[in-house]
Each structure stands twice: as structure tokens, then as C-alpha cells.
Design a protein around this ligand. Sequence first.
Ligand code: ZN
Length: 679
Amino acid sequence: MRLRRLGTFLAATTLAAAQSVGVHTQNARSASAGASGLQLDALDRSADACTDFYQFACGGWTAKNPVPADRSSWGRFEELQERNNETLHKILETAAAGRDAEQKKIGDYYASCMDEAGINQRGAAPLDPLLKKIDAIAGAADLPPLVAELHPIGVNIFFEFGSEADFKDASTEMAIADRGGMGLPDRDYYLRTDPKSVDLRTQYVDHVGRMLALAGAPAAAAKASAERIMALETALAKAALDNVSRRDPAKVYHKLATTELQTLTPAFRWDRYFSGIGAPPIYALNVTEPDFFKTLQQVFSSTPADDLRAYLRWHLIHSSAAILPTTFVDENFRFYGTILTGAKELRPRWKRCVQYTDGDLGEELGKAFVKDAFGPQAKADMLKMVHELEAALEKDIAALTWMTDATKKEALTKLHAVTDKIGYPDRWRDYSALNIVRGDALGNSQRSNAFEFRRQLVRIGKPVDRGEWAMTPPTVNAYYNPLQNNINFPAGILQPPFYSASTDRAVNFGGAGAVIGHELTHGFDDQGRKFDARGNLKEWWTEADAKAFTDRAQCLVDEYSSFTAIDDVKLNGKLTLGENTADNGGLRIALMAYLASAAGQPAAAEDGFTPEQRVFLGWGQIWCENRRPEVERLYAQTNPHSPGRYRVNGVVSNMPEFQKAFQCKADAPMVRKAPCRVW
Ligand SMILES: [Zn+2]
């Protein structure tokens, strides 16, 4: 049910925060789109572009698009995703009606998810066999086989296990053991001492208690258990690295022999865990955070059996909550939806079931989606634009004044080695080993998780399959994978406002073009630059060039750290550095690529804007959004992407090209005195 981490462990290289799903209709141009494809009624013409460009580009849209009650944020991504959901909905309703054998799995999965009455009738009984097993453990010594049974079905306890390319030999899959086992969104949630964070922890403990009570524990006992679960998770949080440190690949790469892992946690028999999950022979693995596993030893050896059982019960119930009876769903939403992200209403069931089907059978559903909605024109146009963007980045690198020729040569080698994936996989995932049973929603979810877990396990020790996708085709998002040096654009995003075959090229370059530029730049941000052309973690920079990069990046750290997310919460310039670097580099090379492609053509105004202005407006208008205060706070602390306002203003204010295009005065707010520039 939860979206497993698909593929990239270094996940902070996407275009936007994880969205759910999206599919499309190719001609979804709104009636208010101008001849250029710009959304004219999204503009706020009373605002001055040189004072607040985001307000100018988006003020009309934000005024007309309040966050819907069942959302915590609402922007162009969500708007497109919602349109796409309608298409997926139709596909799934037809599939559920059950005449097409090819769509039986997605139809049965979706129909089972939609059967709220049946789910309510069964109550929490489907969890009983596992709850009994949890009750039977007498202490930490009994954990390995049980953890091995719970991990595959998606229960996040103590640590995470899977496979990932070996950072230093990116052609080979290696086992990976990562920290895990916490129910709050980030380790800092357990440690911050400000009143809001303290209050949130109180609410979390209350929620854990309520969930245990729903599953049958007496109220007083549930409350006491929740306190001890909180203490256990806090111990894990204290041992975990913060999210800025985790951006440094060297800090999360520790290749250890399994015997060394055993030495870190003597109380946990890894051989029993490995045989429990059915792992192939494992001799070495990436133990991302050895200190975390050292602390696990303390947790295992000092936690009373009662508390271990309570912790396991909580996470089992929590991981299943979305597909349990309504009382569980509502309580889960009360905490994770309302308290944490500010949403007022639960989303309609069909929308949730569309999202879960995409999460669990994404390529089966995606296959139906691209057949329905993805044309060859978008793929061809996109590929052409990718090549134009790559040429622009090449020119940009060649012209850099701060980089030596030796490093430039390596950078160009890396750029030329980037592979482009557009739309959907060449080879679809084979789900035939996954058993979907109509009428068994929880079982379907657990078996889907187990299928994905197994799929990762069998890859250990084998060559990396670079044709795989970490996002499903209907997704409105994009990503760069540093371990594979490839850029990936799912079909779901290749439509308005990002791209339209009938839109003016300037607007397409400001949207899809800058998205391509963003992903390409990720290969050269604070994280991506540490991997070489083959995806190996390897130094290819001279010391002087690395220092010049870091100095320039610091300018972006300072710039974005000065932006306010909400109240007294500033953006974390270090957490968002990679994304901000990608935004700044991406728009710059998109503009370069547009100008190169338009060379020799008359620079005609359309909708009253020059071509350069339309490139900037194309960029501005993909980031229009409204957010609730709760999610603004959550994202400032956990999301490596800056809010839309700063993705627009933070970038254009660094570009003399923008000042020129809009004829801004030198002292205008959108003209930084000392503009930051890395790429
Ligand atoms: Zn990104």
C-alpha cells in the first residue's frame, strides 16, 4: 500500500515532492490558455514582474484555486494529477467490471479496495494471525524470523532492507540495510524542542494509543504502550543521521561483511533474518549508518519483551491502516492527514484506491494508461528537446570561467554518457508471480509489498537493470538517478502546463525544457557531482575545482536559507541545495536552448510577451500553488524542494537574462546584487 522506495536510494533528485498519480488527455489545454499556451488568467497583472515575479505569473491562479478540503496543497502538479486520476479512474472502473482478462489484476485489486462494506465487515480480523505471532515472542532473541515475516509485507520496523547498486561499482546490485522503524516523518521530529514539535509528539503518542485501542487493547494499556513505543522510536531517532548529512553519499555508504554487521548487533541473528526473507547468499552489504545499527543492539538488549511486542503491533496496524475498516482509516487520516499536513477531509475512496493501485501495480495500470493517453508526438518532441538541452549544457560547461579544463573534460564525458528515458519502460514489469485475490484488499496489499521486496532480493549480486523505472508512467514528476546517470520523464508529466504539441516553443522550453534542464543539472549538483559517468561514487574533480564549486554552491545555500517558509521557519538551504542548483541551472540552459533553437527566426510577441518573457512565464506558471500552514512547516523540515514561490523568484533573481527580458531596474527586488551562479 505504501509506495516502496523504487530503485534510487539517493531519492532526493526528483522534480517535486512525491505526488500520487497522474494520467492525461493530450489536449487538455484550458479555455483560458492564450495563443502561446500561457495561462493568461493565472497572471496577476496588477503585480510588478520585477518586484515579485511569482505573484505576476501566478497571482491570478492562486487567488482562484484555494486548497481543496481533501488536500494539504494544491498546485499545477496536483491539478494535472487530478485530471489524470479521472482517466485512471475510468480505466479501473472498466477493469473492475471484469471483461478484459489482460486487466484482471488491476480490476480485482481496485474492486477489492473499493469494497468498504466488506472490509468493515471483516474488521481487524485479517491481522489476527500476525498479531498472535507478535504476542508469542518472549524477547529480542525471537525477533529475526518475525521481522523477516513483517518486512516483506511493508511493516517498517527497526531498519529497512533491500537492494541498491553498489555506490562504488554501480553496475552491480548489492544488499542494503538502512535505518528505519520510526512513525514520524523525520528523525528531527523526535528531537526538536520548540513548542510546536513538543505538541506534535504528544499528538503522535495519542494517535498510537488510539490505534492500539482500535485493534483491541484496553484504553489504559494502549496509552501506556504508546508512551513506551515513543521512547523506543526516540532511541532510534537519536542514532539516525539528519537529512542534510544523508545528502553526502560517503556518509551513507559503508560496505561491510555480514560478519561485521553481526558484530554491530550481536543480539540479532542476521543469518536467521536472511534465511527468513529467503535472501540469496549475502557476503557483504551497504550498512548505510553503522552507528544506527550499534544503537539497535542497545535497543534489542535493553527493551522489555512487552515493549517490543507493543512496538511491533503498532507498526503492523499502522502499515495496514489505509486498507483496514473505516475507523482505522479515519484515525490514520486524523493524525497523518489533518494534524501533520492540514487536510480537512479524507479524499474520496476511489481516489485513494486509484493511488494504491498505482503504488502496487503501477506498470500494469501504466500500460493501460499509455495505450489510452500517450501519443508518439510527445515522445518525439521531448527527445528532441532533451538533445537541445544537452547541447546547451555542453556549451555552458565549456564556457565556465571557474572550472579547469581537466575537470571540464570529465564533466563533458559524464554529460555525454547521460541516457534519456521518456514516457514508459521498454520492458514492462511482469506481475504474473503476484497473486491478487478479489475480496482480499489487505492480502492484496501485503502480497504486493512482498512481491516488490522479493523482486529486490533476487537482484542482489546481479547486474543492475538500467531500463527499470523508479516512477510509474502516470506520475506527474521526473527524476535523475545518480547511480545510473540517467534522466527519466514519465508520460504523466508530458502534457500541459509542462508541454503541449500545440503550444508556442518558448512556453514549452520554460516548462518541459527547464524540467529536462533541472534533471540534467542534478548530475552536477552537490550530490550528483560525486558520481562519475558510469554512476560510480568516485572523485573526478580537481581539488581546486571542487572548492570553486562549493564556494559557488554556498551562495545558493545562503540565498535560500534567507527565505521564510512560514512564521519563523526558514528554508534549509543545505537540505534544498541540490534542488535549487538544479532549478537555477535548469532554467538557464532551457533559455539557452530555446534561443539556439529560435536563432534566425523573428522574435514575435505573443499574448503581449516577448519570446524570452514567455520562457520565464512558462517556468513561473508550472509552480503556481497554495499550501496549508501545516504542510508548509512539514516540507520546510523534510522536503529537499523549495516552495513554488522560491523556485520561481529565487531563480529569476539570479539571472541577468531575466532583468533584461522584463527591463527591471538594477535595484528591483527580482535583481540580486550578487547573483548566485553555479551552472
Ligand atoms: Zn530535482
